[in-house]
Design a protein around this ligand. Sequence first.
Ligand code: AMP
Length: 141
Amino acid sequence: MTYDNANIFAKILRGEIPCHKVYEDQDTIAFMDIMPQAPGHMLVVPKAASRNLLDADPATLGKLMAVVQKVAVAAKAAFAADGVRISQFNEAPAGQTVFHLHVHVIPMHEGQRLGHHGGKQEDGAVLAANAEKMKATLAKV
Ligand code: AMP
């Protein structure tokens, strides 16, 4: 399986399509998932190209997971969550739909049931408000 640089996250990384960005550094970007399974659902994406974890450079994974931790800690605070789910899918039979490595960060509340994976597109204003909440929290932690 090869990497296709026409995938939607490659387009976001090149600035060809917009996203509700919450974090960016030299190697990594994080933005709101457009079809959140729970309020505050985010994706953490390395800038380096790989289809998923299976073909990624281990050094990329190290930097990626450090940002996943930072975003998860901030998400718990920003959304007053009781826990945070981290998930990551490799190839279509495992649930992957976008073929550029990414990690889901989903704030969870006691008793909460998750929406469908790739369910309903969220209102842009809600995503923008959640991104602002995250950015403000990340600036403090
Ligand atoms: P996966 O099944 O792990 O490949 O998940 C891909 C995720 O990307 C899904 O949760 C989608 O809701 C999300 N997604 C797809 N297109 C976009 C987009 N343009 N901006 C933000 N998230 C997206």
